[in-house]
Write a protein that binds this ligand. Structure first.
Ligand code: KIV
Ligand code: NA
Length: 265
């Protein structure tokens, strides 16, 4: 079938069809995700955790992200490819972000993802105006783990909920087409989603009402040795192959059976 484009993702959003995103880091899994129907492959800087065994995503470099983007891009043709900008590669200035985003696009990304709220809006606009589609990422932003004091649910207080809503609007106005919301109470994520007019929300621990969902591949297939977060589900339970597990994730997201309340906050 036809390659997924930004236009197609916008149509899915408008028609209420869920966007299915999953992380992938190599060519073989990119091909597997493609044949199971995944719409968007994220080369997440979670590769620091699940491939490299790092405690955080902070040590991940541009070279790592380029290498894995090239591997994924060689393995598939239909999915839309999003690559995380690693810590320290974009927050300094719009021009620093553009310089590094260009390298990721040249490696095969169709969009870059960066963490941060309204303070990143100027950079988002700068990239979008220059032909680089952007996925924002708010709520629990793992690159800020030391500032946030751990991997904790965000937006619980009235004040932080209001900030999150304002962040989402600022990022939408700046031109971000997608926005990951990580570890945000489901009711708040639903309110944010309903408040937007063009940007599609992608939840991970953000409840079932986002426009789409994302998970880390290693959590989905139960091979990550760390403690599984509440929002993740091991789809290998009851499945006889990885293909079957990923296909179940795809259909469960499309039919709003995942995430359930037990995976949400
Ligand atoms: O790095 C990653 O895999 C991510 C997703 C969890 C959204 O940012
Ligand atoms: Na990430």
């Amino acid at each position: 079938s036809k390659p997924v484009t930004l236009f197609e993702l916008g149509k899915m959003r408008a028609e209420g069809r869920k966007i299915v995103m999953l992380t992938g880091y190599d060519a073989s899994f990119a091909a597997l995700l493609e044949r199971c129907g995944v719409d968007v492959i994220l080369i997440g800087d979670s590769l620091g955790n699940v491939l490299q065994g790092q405690k955080t995503t902070l040590p991940v470099t541009m070279e790592h992200m380029i290498y894995h983007t090239e591997c994924v891009a060689r393995g598939c043709t239909r999915p839309f490819i999003v690559t995380d900008m690693p810590f320290g590669s974009y927050a300094e200035s719009p021009s620093q972000a553009m310089r590094n985003a260009a390298r990721l696009m040249a490696a095969g990304a169709h969009m870059v993802k960066l963490e941060g709220g309204a303070f990143m809006a100027e950079t988002v606009r700068f990239l979008v105006e220059r032909g680089v589609p952007v996925c924002a990422h708010i709520g629990l932003t793992p690159q800020a783990v030391h500032q946030l004091g751990g991997y904790r649910v965000q937006g619980r207080s009235d004040e932080s909920a209001a900030t999150l809503k304002a962040d989402a609007l600022a990022l939408e106005q700046a031109g971000a087409a997608l926005m990951v919301m990580e570890m945000v109470p489901a009711t708040l994520a639903a309110e944010v989603t309903a408040s937007l007019t063009t940007m599609a929300t992608i939840g991970i621990g953000g409840g079932v009402d986002c426009h789409g969902q994302v998970l880390v591949l290693h959590d989905l297939i139960g091979v990550f040795p760390g403690k599984r977060p509440r929002f993740a589900r091991n789809f290998m339970e009851g499945a006889t192959s990885i293909d079957e597990a990923v296909t179940r994730y795809v259909t469960d997201v499309r039919e709003c059976r995942f995430p359930g309340p037990e995976h949400s906050y």
